[in-house]
Design a protein around this ligand. Structure first.
Ligand code: GRF
Length: 194
């Protein structure tokens, strides 16, 4: 971590769609001296996203990009990313699939947090499927985004044991807490290794 002290922080954008608890934890992390990133832009595809409030109260520039037309939406996105000189994109509960073209433009610069131990349980409803399959462990993963869903290089994972009394909801709660610890640590690890 000491590696970043004194260096200028990278400009990061966080993409959200809803609640934004990971955004909140990333904002808190980015305020710290040891953080290698500065969050300069928050993007939401949903104007009602609760997470937008965290951007507003922290005076972070935020934009809503409506995804009626993917091409148009991504053109607007690209414009904003260039304007704010974004060097790292953190997807945090962003529910839209970015186009191949967009991903290739930012190859190696987009991270995502996923609520399972990838490569297991890609896609949606991870906790439900984990419980249905009577798995013994679950967790969350921060990975690089490539053009295949939830398939990029794994940066960091956190694993927990599933208890007999656990269900979809209890796992969702526990794993969200882990998300908040894991994402900042994964960002530090990722940027230290470049
Ligand atoms: C989390 O479960 C995260 O792992 C997944 O989407 C959810 C986002 O939650 N990628 P929040 O909007 O950050 O609270």
């Amino acid at each position: 971590m000491a590696k970043f002290i004194g260096k200028s922080k990278l400009n990061a954008a966080v993409f959200i769609s809803g609640r934004g608890s990971n955004l909140k934890s990333l904002i808190n992390f980015a305020k710290k001296k040891i953080s290698p990133i500065k969050i300069v832009l928050v993007v939401s595809n949903n104007k009602e996203a609760q997470g937008l409030n965290y951007a507003k109260i922290n005076n972070i520039k935020n934009i809503v990009v409506i995804y009626k037309n993917k091409l148009k939406a991504e053109k607007k996105l690209l414009g904003a990313l260039l304007k704010y000189k974004i060097q790292l994109i953190c997807l945090a509960g962003f529910m839209k699939i970015l186009s191949k073209k967009f991903i290739l433009k930012f190859e190696g610069k987009i991270l995502n947090i996923h609520p399972s131990l990838l490569p297991n349980y890609k896609g949606l409803n991870t906790h439900r499927r984990v419980v249905e399959n009577k798995e013994k462990f679950t967790g969350c993963t921060v990975h690089l985004v490539n053009t295949r869903l939830d398939s990029g290089k794994i940066i960091l994972q956190k694993k927990i044991k599933i208890l007999k009394k656990d269900n979809e909801n209890s796992l969702a709660k526990k794993i969200l807490k882990l998300d908040h610890q894991l994402y900042p640590r994964a960002i530090v690890k990722f940027l230290s290794s470049r």
